[in-house]
Design a protein around this ligand. Sequence first.
Ligand SMILES: [Fe+2]
Ligand SMILES: [Fe+2]
Length: 165
Amino acid sequence: MLSSGVADGSGERLVWSQKYSVGVDEIDADHKVLIELIGQIDSAAAGSEAHAVIGTVLAALFDYTEYHFEREEKMMQTVGYTVLPQHKQKHDLLKSQVIEYLGRYSDDPNAVNIEDLSKFLQRWLSEHILKEDMGYRPLVENNPKAGEAAASVGIDFFMDVGRGD
Ligand SMILES: [Fe+2]
Ligand SMILES: [Fe+2]
């Protein structure tokens, strides 16, 4: 079945492919997880427990996004990427936008248009990887320090955030 409404010219669901590779396995893996989580928003919208599932997916998406930004920023810092402050600003803006969506959604699930949210997130991630993340690629690919730095921000951080303690 075609996912209704998502087809508006910018079209079909975002899928990871080589053109999104930034040259560091850990970061590529994160981007795949984020794409997968965003894809689940659409799938959840069609289910009978849509509100509960979407709330859970949005919370997981926020946690994973925060974790991903953390390790990406650590990696950029390690390799001396001079555009880091501007890049971090874009991360921070997205985080605040997702928090706003989460707040609106928990106040009233009907107040958030899920198709719009899904399209916004897909477009944001696709453009961010291609235009912003690709900027650090020349510094990080084939650079063992980059992979080490990314790996040093582990999943523990994500789990801690997820537990909210
Ligand atoms: Fe980024
Ligand atoms: Fe990224």
